[in-house]
Write a new protein. Sequence first.
Length: 258
Amino acid sequence: MANEYGENAPLSYNKYLKVRELIDLQETLSEPVSHDELLFIIIHQTYELWFKQILHELDATVEWLGQGRTFRANHSLRGVVNIEKVLVTQIHILESMAPIGFLEFRNKLNPASGFQSMQFRELEFVSGAKDERILNSFKDDAFAFSRLTKRFNEPNLADAFWALLQKADLAVGSNEERVGSIVEILTHPENYPDQYNMQDLLIEHDENIALWRSHHVMMVERMLGMKPGTGGSEGVGYLKTTLNKKFFPELWEARTRL
């Protein structure tokens, strides 16, 4: 690619960020090209880039915690929750498509589906929500299955968090003990400042993904009503079944016990 930017040219903004390659990645399927298909592709490619950064920060968080660097871990988590706020608001840009405009190219997407977002599934796995059924659904995609299998078998963010609490002599052996330990942190934050900040960031991470799911459901219903999903699912019906998923249910239960 060097010749495209000038073989001997100094480093430039376009060369460093590979802008030429980037703007060539949006390949539409509709013929004639639907006006709204470009927006649809850009939004979802942008999501995948943000997912990549979130995974980068979550992996770093797990590593920092393993090294006992809780301040650095909390810093990475703060970056995650700020990105996720962008994800929640970004989804509404899709609502600027006319419903009829979306339908001009939607059938071209069959049988692809957002369910197949490898990186979003990685985000779920690394956050602690591992599901073998979801893992097995990627068996026909060698690249994705390899990455997800690695995620499935690795320690995750939840594991690292409970290990942190255990080092602070807080009980984490059972669900009941974990909830009790969170209540202890919430009632005595001055004794556990790093743990308090971390549980607050983790529940915000959980909340942001729940908000993203909820806004996604409403966006899809606004655009498509109750049509089946392109991947063969129930569409909005299936998406609504995901709304109660939580990465850290103990953090939520502790608020009830408090």
